[in-house]
Write a protein that binds this ligand. Structure first.
Ligand SMILES: [Zn+2]
Ligand SMILES: [Zn+2]
Length: 931
């Protein structure tokens, strides 16, 4: 054993820096692509390159690290693959803000290429802070295998996937409504739109018939400004009020257009509204579908920045005065103008309040507009090749387990209603769509946006995919599609693109072989640890892509963790000012304390209410372990025998047996992803069993020459096992402490995780220590408490054992009992009589009597009487307060509530003192003589 002194106080910072370096030097987390050992693999949910560590990451990474370290110690070949996401819109926004702050050119002035170069520069300089923060957290990722969604290999994977899906007809281009964020000036997928319920207005507008303007239909709408783009009015074909009008025409107010009245039983609900519905295929998703069913014209009134488009207003034949007023106005401004004109013309019959759902951009919170434009889509529900169906089957057939299982319902609910995935974005930072157009053949379809260097490709243009030349003219003067792919497109490939897929495109033979080996060893990955908020953005899409391209699931288990909230259960947000920075917590309490807290609170399906008191509590646990180590070192025997441990004493056999059970339950809890239970098992055993009881018992055996060596060995071995059990949770402290007990050149991180050993089970020792030793000591301690006898005072007791065997059991373990219960003398027999004045306690092995002298009881009675008096006085203060009507009526509710709680506590205190008093007074009431 190393012969060195442990510093007095645990300094987490020093220890953490030391071991971070050492793990890196020893490459403990390096995965071996050639190893024949069982594999365990995790891919990290790639944090945004713009990100910095928040508590959600800290929880997510702590749990992944616990699994990685635990499997590594179990002898698995572990790969925890780290990396980052290029985070399209988020990163572009960061750099654009930077340009604005510098006051120089904006991105359009800079031009696309120069701008992208700027983003790369930014990435090299400022991006990826988060990875260093993860290292500080102790994350044992294979840092040599760090990947980035825009690195070369991953970009090759993106192109390959795109081209293949295109050839299979699962990627297509179409002109249709998408969600436009006018601020970010890009399309968003459905799940990038956040919905918010707000109070809006319902407007009722008269639409006159073309052949008889005295007759009209009343239309109700929340968006009157879109009426300029109406191309029909629908009624229900079975509605006797209106169905005779089908085929007639409406003269659309504010325009010179006439639009048809059609019958549409899908769009119109006879029971609701006015029975007539305006159809605006260019501005509403449902209307677009109806428009398709009836071959209606689609008019889009706005531009990419969400402003009224003068050309479109002309096309819609809007009255020219109005058209001038509306041109370049936002939709909100346009609404005001249109409503005013309708009011003036007395066409607006009424308005009323109306609750409605408003879609907002998840990035910038701007109101999203349905916008008609050509975009790229992934077909997720192809009848003969359904990505969604395959992804549902994999979960239904348990090839993928969602943990907790309750998430399956959400998953199926979402997947059953999934729509085609819009994957094109009108930004610059990201994977540019790998599609080209012939500048010669498609000249008229490649449109330059006025006053901009941007291009719009009309939906009629012919895409060239996977070819270098145009099939029509043979020319090679091609223009690449200016759109980039949704960030989630590349992260959907993360579990296999990071391992080197597609292998045949690796730059050389060695890389090809390595990629093949990696994929063979580590795909499918074992476990994905994810927050529920990206279950659909990311997890579901990885399942679709993994199954399609790898013909196998991307991971077997998905552990879904909850949110970290503040101590009051509030979501942390900048606006509320309740955000806790994990780095501050690490500075203040040490990283291990934070990690342990997060693990101990990770109960399935429940959000974590993080209080600093909890972290402080586990910081104390760290200090406790440090002090225990010091205690053990101080008791090191002068001469050491290096015999293997074969414990004989009851205490030693008991602790080994107890440890064995803790090992079983900890491993089982981790197998079931019950991080909370595993943490609690180790905590309870370390603190309450090992420190509180075993070390006290061991002090007895350490003083005995015959049991000293055995006991010291047992103390050290048990403590060392605790360190190994605890390592995945508290990697830094455990590594450091272990060096004082084990002469080992290897890190604890690569030692063996404790396993169950049937030889160590000792039922008899468990029984003896628990029922004979601990129960007796607890009984004496309780009596001391009741009688207010100080722990330092030695006492005589009598034990009436239940039988002769019990006498033997007590005798055998008497040194422990005498020392820990502080007994001066013990009288032990099976036939003892209860001394007249004595306190009594009964255990499974006998009855304990503690003789009391009269003087002690009388002074205790006096003491309690005084306390009762005080308690009564305190209570009357509360009673007076709460009896005062003014106080109850005027004081803040929480003050009244607090007083009531204090009153309740006072009553309970008084009752307890009263029963203690009665108990003591009973000593002086003569027992009834039996006749
Ligand atoms: Zn936006
Ligand atoms: Zn051509």
């Amino acid at each position: 054993m190393p012969d060195k002194e442990l510093e007095k106080v645990y300094d987490p910072k020093k220890v953490e820096e030391k071991w971070t370096k050492r793990w890196e030097k020893d490459a403990i987390s390096h995965a071996d692509s050639q190893s024949e050992k069982p594999s365990f693999s995790i891919v990290i949910p790639p944090p945004n390159v713009t990100g910095s560590l928040h508590l959600g990451h800290a929880l997510n990474s702590t749990l992944q690290d616990i699994l990685s370290r635990w499997h590594r110690m179990r002898g698995d070949n572990v790969l925890w693959l780290p990396g980052m996401d290029h985070a399209g819109i988020a990163t572009q926004n960061v750099v654009e803000r930077q340009l604005a702050a510098e006051g120089g050119k904006d991105r359009h002035a800079l031009g696309r290429e120069a701008f992208i170069e700027r983003v790369w520069d930014w990435k090299e300089e400022s991006g990826g802070t988060i990875l260093n923060q993860l290292k500080r957290l102790g994350a044992s990722c294979d840092w040599e295998r760090e990947r980035f969604t825009m690195d070369e290999g991953l970009s090759r994977a993106v192109t390959t996937v795109f081209e293949q899906l295109y050839k299979e007809g699962l990627i297509y281009r179409d002109q249709r409504l998408i969600n436009l964020c006018p601020h970010c000036r890009t399309a968003l997928s459905d799940i990038e739109v956040e919905h918010e319920d707000i109070e809006g207005k319902m407007y009722y507008i008269k639409y006159p018939l073309a052949d008889d303007p005295t007759q009209f239909l009343t239309i109700a709408t929340t968006r009157p400004e879109t009426m300029l783009g109406d191309t029909a009015v629908a009624v229900h074909p079975k509605d006797p009020r209106f169905n005779h009008l089908i085929g007639k025409k409406i003269k659309l107010p504010l325009t010179t257009r006439e639009i048809p009245i059609i019958g549409d039983p899908i769009l119109v609900d006879r029971e609701k509204g006015t029975g007539a519905v305006k159809i605006t295929p260019g501005h509403d998703f449902n209307d677009e579908k109806s428009g398709k069913r009836h071959q209606l014209e689609k008019i889009s009134l706005i531009t990419w920045s969400g402003k009224m488009n003068a050309a479109a207003l002309d096309e819609a034949k809007v009255a020219s005065d109005l058209s001038k007023l509306l041109s370049s106005k936002s939709m909100t401004e346009a609404r005001k103008i249109v409503v005013k004109v309708l009011e003036d013309a007395a066409i607006l019959t009424k308005t009323e309040k109306h609750m409605m759902s408003l879609g907002k951009c998840y990035r910038c919170k701007s109101v999203v507009e349905p916008f008609d434009s050509p975009q790229w889509f992934v077909k997720v529900n192809a009848p003969d090749n359904s990505l969604a169906q395959a992804a549902m089957d994999a979960v239904r057939q348990k090839k993928i387990r969602l943990i907790p299982e309750s998430w399956e319902a959400n998953y199926f609910g979402w997947m059953e209603n999934i729509e085609d995935w819009c994957i094109s974005r009108q930004i610059w930072w990201g994977h540019q769509v790998p599609v080209f157009y012939c500048k010669t053949c498609d000249q008229q379809h490649l449109l330059k946006v006025p006053d901009s260097d941007e291009m719009i490709i009309a939906s009629e243009a012919t895409p060239i995919v996977g070819e270098k030349t145009c099939a029509r003219c043979g020319g090679s003067d091609l223009l690449q599609d200016p759109d980039v792919l949704d960030t989630w497109f590349s992260s959907a490939l993360w579990p296999f693109s990071t391992l080197g897929w597609p292998t045949d495109q690796q730059p050389d033979e060695a890389a090809k072989q390595e990629a093949k080996a990696l994929l063979k060893r580590f795909y499918p990955t074992s476990t994905l640890v994810s927050g529920f908020d990206i279950l659909f953005f990311w997890v579901a899409r990885m399942i679709m892509m993994g199954l399609h391209f790898m013909k196998d699931v991307p991971f077997k288990d998905v552990y879904i963790h909850a949110l970290v909230r503040d101590a009051n259960g509030q979501k942390m947000s900048k606006s509320k000012g309740n955000v806790i920075n994990p780095l501050d917590l690490m500075d203040q309490y040490g990283t291990d304390a934070l990690r342990f807290t997060l693990a101990a609170m990770a109960s399935p399906g429940r959000d974590i209410k993080l209080s600093e008191a909890r972290i402080e509590g586990y910081r104390n646990f760290c200090n406790k372990l440090w002090n225990v180590a010091r205690f053990i070192l101080m008791n090191r025997p002068e001469t050491e025998t290096s015999s293997t441990l074969d414990p004989q004493t009851a205490a030693n056999r008991w602790i080994q047996s107890h440890l064995n059970q803790t090992i079983v339950s900890t491993n089982r809890a981790l197998e079931n992803y019950r991080f909370d239970e595993a943490a609690q098992e180790i905590y309870q055993f370390s603190w309450h069993t090992f420190c509180d009881w075993y070390l006290e018992l061991a002090k007895v055996d350490l003083q005995n020459e015959a049991t000293r060596h055995e006991t010291y060995h047992c103390v050290v071995q048990t403590f060392e096992s605790i360190l190994r059990l605890l390592h995945p949770f508290m990697p830094f402290l455990t590594e450091e402490l272990r060096t004082y007990f084990k002469e080992d050149t290897d890190c604890l991180a690569v030692s063996k995780y404790p396993v169950f050993d049937p030889e160590k089970n000792a039922v008899d020792a468990e029984e003896a220590i628990q029922k004979v030793v601990i129960d007796t000591i607890m009984a004496v301690r309780n009596i001391r408490g009741e009688m207010n006898i100080p722990p330092s005072e030695s006492l005589p007791i009598l034990i009436k054992a239940k039988d002769q065997a019990a006498v033997g059991a007590f005798e055998k373990e008497m040194p422990y009992i005498k020392r820990l219960a502080r007994l001066s003398e013990v009288t032990l027999d099976t036939t003892l009589q209860k001394p007249e004045m004595s306190a009594t306690a009964t255990t499974a092995y006998g009855t304990i009597y503690l003789p009391l002298d009269e003087q002690r009881i009388r002074s205790e009675i006096d003491r309690i009487k005084k306390r009762l008096d005080k308690a009564q006085k305190a209570l009357s203060v509360f009673e007076k307060k709460l009896g005062n009507e003014k106080f109850v009526a005027n004081a803040p509710a929480e003050v009244v509530e607090k007083t009531k709680t204090e009153q309740q506590a006072g009553i309970q205190n008084k009752e307890r003192l009263f029963s203690e008093l009665q108990h003591l007074e009973n000593f002086f009431s003569k027992p009834k003589e039996t006749p």
